[in-house]
Structures are given as C-alpha cells and as structure tokens.
Design a protein around this ligand. Sequence first.
Ligand code: SF4
Length: 551
Amino acid sequence: MTPNPFAQERLLFAPATPDADAIPTIFAFPNEYTVGITSLGYQIVWATLAVRSDIEVSRLFTDISEQLPRHPELLGFSLSWELDYVNILNLLESLEIPIWASKRTDNHPIVFGGGPVFTANPEPFADFFDVILLGDGENLIDNFIDACKEVRTADRQTKLRHLAQVPGVYVPSLYEVTYLDATEGIKSIQSVDSEIPSMVEKQTYRGNTLSASTVVTEKAAWENIYMVEVVRSCPEMCRFCLASYLTLPFRTASLEESLIPAIDRGLTVTNRLGLLGASVTQHPEFEALLEHLNHPKYDGVRLSLSSVRTNTVTVKLAQILTNRDSKSVTIAVESGSERLRKIVNKKLTNDEIIQAAINAKAGGLKGIKLYGMAGIPGEEMEDLEATVAMMKAIRKAAPGLRLTLGCSTFVPKSHTPFQWFGVDKDAEKRLKFLDKEMRKLGLEFRPESYNWSVIQGLLSKGDRRLSRLLELVRHYGDTLGSYRRAFKELRGQLPEMDFYVFQEWDLEQVLPWSHLKGPLPEATLKKHLAEAMTHTTRQQDKGCENSLSPV
Ligand code: SF4
C-alpha cells in the first residue's frame, strides 16, 4: 500500500468542516483499507458521520488510519464478516480501550457496532460492545448520534440507559440472560428494569432512494468501482436466506429519481459500475435500466452485477453484460434436485437453469458460475446425484461455456425459518462427493471450507457465553482446532460446541436473539418451516408442531 491511500480517493459527497466542539469519533473497519473501503455499508455510515459538523470523524483500518483523536468519545465498528471480530479486539487493545464493555469507565468512548453480522445475531459479541445498532443505517445513525449529544456530559450508565430508548439501539448490558444450566440453553432474556424496552426492534428504512458509493478509489479491492444499490432484500424468501428474511420487506430504488441520477453521478469519476442487491434482476424496471445502460454514452463502462436470478438470464442481459466487459454471470441454484429446491422454496426448474446457460452462451458470455449448497435439511444422496446430472445436462446444452460449480455448506441463520436446524455433520463428505464427480466431468468445482462453515454455524447460533470463548480463540489462531481447544478449556462453563453448531433446537427453546425483533414474527417463521417440511421424505417431519424431527 502506498503511504496515503486517502489522498487518492475521489469523494462523491462534501464532508462538513467540524464545529469547534464536534464529538471526536473514530469509525473503524476491522480489516485492511482495501477491504473496508470496498464495503458500501462502511462508506455510507462514514459519509453520514462526515457530513455532520457536530462530529469529527477519523477512519481506522487494520493497516492504516487517518489522524486519530487522542480522546475519542465514540468508537464505531462496521462488521461485514464474522471472523473479523478478532481484529476488533486487537484494534480496541491498540487504542488502549478495554475489550470488555463492563471494564470501561467514563474516560473511555462509547463503543458501538453495526452491520449485517450484528443485526443477524449480535450475542456472541455482546460483551465487547456498549451499543449495537440493529438494522438499516439511514435514520438509525443520525438518531443515535442525536441521542449521544443529549447526554454527552452524563456518566456512562446514564448515557447507556438514554441510548437504549432509541429504536434500534441495543445496549447488551441492559439485558440479563439466565440459563437452564451452565451447559444448557437459555431460560430467559429480560431487560434489567421496566424503563428499558423489553424488545429491541431492527430498523427498516422505507425510502425509494437506496445507497450508492460515497467514495471511489483505485485502492479498493474492486479497483475504482462505483456501487449502486438497486434493490434491498429479496421477495423470494428461500427458507435459509438471511439476505431476504433479515431485511424484508423487498424495496427497490426508483429508476428515474434515484438509480439513473446516481449512476450518472458515479460515472463522472470512474467507468466501473457495480449494481448491488440480493437479487438485482428482481427490480421491476430492470429491463428499462438495462436498456438505459445499453446507450452508446455508456460505451466503455465496465458493468458488474452482484447477483442475478436464474430465470432472468436472457440473451439480451448476456449481450449487454458482454458489451460492458463482463465475462460470466453467477446464479444461485442451491441444488440440482427439484425436491430440495421445494424444501428451500427456490422457485426454479432445471429447465430454467439449462436455458439460462444457453442464453448466457448465445449472448456472448464465456462462462456461468452456479452456486449450490451441501447439507440442506432433508438432503439425500439422490439429491447430490441430481446436481451432478444437472451439470452434465448444462454442459450438453451449452457446449464450450465454462461451467463452475461453487458450493457452500448450509449454515442456519437467525430470523429465518431454518434457524432451528444445525449444520449437517456429513456435509464435508457431500462436498467431497461433488468434488470427485465434477472432476470426472472435467468441470471446475469450488467448495467453501467446511471448517469455516462450522465456525460460522457457531457464531450464527451463539449466545453471549461465547464472548469468553472468542477472546481465548484469538490467542490460539483462526482454525477450527482453536475453537475446539477453547471449548475444552471452558468445559463446564458453557454448552459443548455440538449444541451450538450441529444440534437441532427445539422450537420452544428461547433463542439467543429472542429479545431482538426481526422483520417477521416467530410464528410466521414456524409456519414457513412447517411448509418446507412437507417436502421432506419422512412422514413424521410433516407436522412440525413442537420439534423439528431430524430430516
Ligand atoms: S433468490 Fe437468492 S437472495 Fe432471494 S431469497 Fe433466494 S437465495 Fe435469497
């Protein structure tokens, strides 16, 4: 990295000049600059702080920082990837701030966190944070800062109690968790007294202008990219999908008022455009947007789409992507088995997948990447064989098109209908089976590490007893073995790893996030789960009243 990447940034907003008594604030991303500055969420929150003259914000990454205040009053972290928590702890130490919220005094800043990981399940990290912001940042950040100003000179406890009144602001220390037993599940989660809200509601922004890059730089991981959020959430509601369930309802940016002006603004400083969203082609005016981008004035623009719904891969889309310098398209198919796709509510047929490949080729794309999952609840060996058969059929239908199959392991996520499931212990074997079969076909197979999925499963379903474990793990290294070692060391003080990662939880169990209100009530998630189970092969799974019954 050159000495000062900040000097190479092209800003698309005007930072304010801080007032004399502006609140000294550090806003950190717990990874290197190139990673952090590529996060649209980080860019947006930083700009939201930087346009306020009552805040003096400095950015901090693991490898570089702006000039930091000597006595920050606020310290924020944006977390996009769970395993970056290690860097949060390291950065706190480097700033001489206690990593445990309970050890901080009036002389320390209020440490807050935000981002998708925390909104899904902040509990494993709860003891490290004074405040966690849940949900969309649009109004939440400003409301949080305004509330901070109201109690700026108060003692720490008064500040925290005041902040806990702001919708979406979660103060973990003001919620008491009791356990059935040290090594068992949760008995109850209650606010410490009646003045603190018993539930914290994730905030949902409902405007028709979504976010767009506030900074473009050649030092970003995607060099010089200007990102525009086309849609937020996804209406498909695949039963495992956090990107859909956690962020409902589905929202779209208005084409004329928001998207096109944002794109034109960005393209004054770069020619690389990324359209972001859980499923960008779901935008009701996506065709018109493509038409617009097909105009000769956009010749020379490099266009990338974050995700495309399989049945929207038309020849025209492929042609436009080809003309705009894309070589391939990525589609998530989950499995080649139609039965499994019914279980997860993926409304897609094998014929549509094959047609997408034919269209991609006809439109001039060189390759297509398919994403699947192993260990989906209810999966049998026949389902994996169906995936192999599907890949064969695609190869036959679109010869010469480069085919790649990426595959992760199913990890249960909070606030989804599959939150009660565990990670499948056989998923690693299943990944190996697919690997072998793809080799035989001469197709590229890219599995995600099974061990990482196990760690993700742990953090996904963890409660706040994991904070101590995470603190130990960071001294042992970032392998699954380190987590196992830490569990051994804390034996008797918290449940075994199996409880969090592999066990299916009872539907009546108190969940670690049951005091944090997501978009849908638990009863609806249970209904969707029961509906999914009607597609499993075992008869006893169909009731799904009180227990999951292993599928
Ligand atoms: S289509 Fe994709 S983004 Fe939408 S719910 Fe399904 S997996 Fe999630």
